[in-house]
Design a protein around this ligand. Structure first.
Ligand SMILES: [Zn+2]
Ligand SMILES: [Zn+2]
Length: 138
């Protein structure tokens, strides 16, 4: 992920929400939990962990939140028109953003170095070599 050119632009599927990621994420994580399977409509979701200052957003976002088993609140921001999920955050730690990086124009930075909730992963998915693996929440 080192040779990407920042800022990288991103947008939801309809283009109503546009954003810029100003610098490299702290970490990119794949989560295999059942909630992330629903969220991503796929086998897992990918999250880029960034500081709030690394993100500049334009466009109208809607909110939704849920509790998690750990007692934390997972809050989500998504496009009001197409519903594409842009980022998640914990309202108790609003300066830390969990960007959904598949909305970036340059997705080459999406290389998870950790896989979490592997206990709930789909059987056919093989975890790549050389990444950190966690059965649940690290
Ligand atoms: Zn949209
Ligand atoms: Zn998850």
């Amino acid at each position: 992920m080192s040779d990407a050119n920042y800022p990288i632009r991103g947008a939801c599927q309809c283009g109503g929400v546009q954003y810029q990621l100003l610098s490299a994420p702290k970490m990119v994580v794949a989560c295999h939990c059942k909630e992330c399977q629903k969220l991503s409509t796929s086998a897992f979701s990918i999250t880029a962990v960034i500081d709030k200052e690394q993100l500049v957003i334009e466009g109208e976002l809607a909110d939704w939140q849920r509790g998690s088993d750990s007692g934390n609140v997972a809050a989500a921001k998504f496009c009001v028109t197409c519903g594409n999920r842009i980022y998640h955050f914990d309202p108790a730690k609003p300066d830390l953003i969990k960007l959904k990086p598949s909305t970036l124009d340059d997705t080459s930075i999406i290389q998870p170095t950790a896989h979490v909730w592997v206990s709930e992963k789909q059987d056919w998915f093989e975890i790549p070599e050389g990444v950190a693996v966690f059965q649940g929440q690290p």
